[in-house]
Design a protein around this ligand. Structure first.
Ligand SMILES: [Zn+2]
Length: 120
């Protein structure tokens, strides 16, 4: 029982830690920033000789569809920072779901140990 209580305490402490990211105020941008190297399709372009066109893009999915946005060079750093913040936020959300489940499981075990028949 004391082991269960301390496990429950640990989950609560972790929940508090994990939720810190939610109390933040920084902007969140959904998606991943990375460098895309591609061929443009023009027959005599340098990209046909291996020198691919490189650009920074943001990709994300919307209603199950993949989206892509080319980023102006001067915006890349800020958007990358915001997309990383978004990733941390989503990771925290996933962890909250797990912690929630773990807390319920611990509560069920504690309930089992504390239950008794009314006239025993
Ligand atoms: Zn080209």
């Amino acid at each position: 029982m004391s082991r269960l209580r301390s496990a429950l305490g640990n989950r609560l402490a972790e929940l508090r830690r994990v939720l810190k990211v939610v109390f933040g105020r920084s902007a969140l941008v959904k998606g991943n920033v990375y460098e895309l190297a591609r061929k443009c399709g023009k027959p005599n372009c340098i990209c046909t000789r291996g020198q691919l066109h490189r650009s920074m893009v943001l990709t994300w999915s919307e209603k199950g569809k993949g989206r892509l946005l080319s980023l102006p060079r001067e915006r890349v750093a800020a958007i990358k920072r915001k997309s990383e913040a978004y990733l941390r936020f989503r990771r925290a959300r996933a962890r909250v779901t797990e912690i929630h489940r773990e807390i319920l499981a611990l509560m069920d075990r504690i309930e089992k140990l504390r239950r008794e028949e009314p006239l025993r």
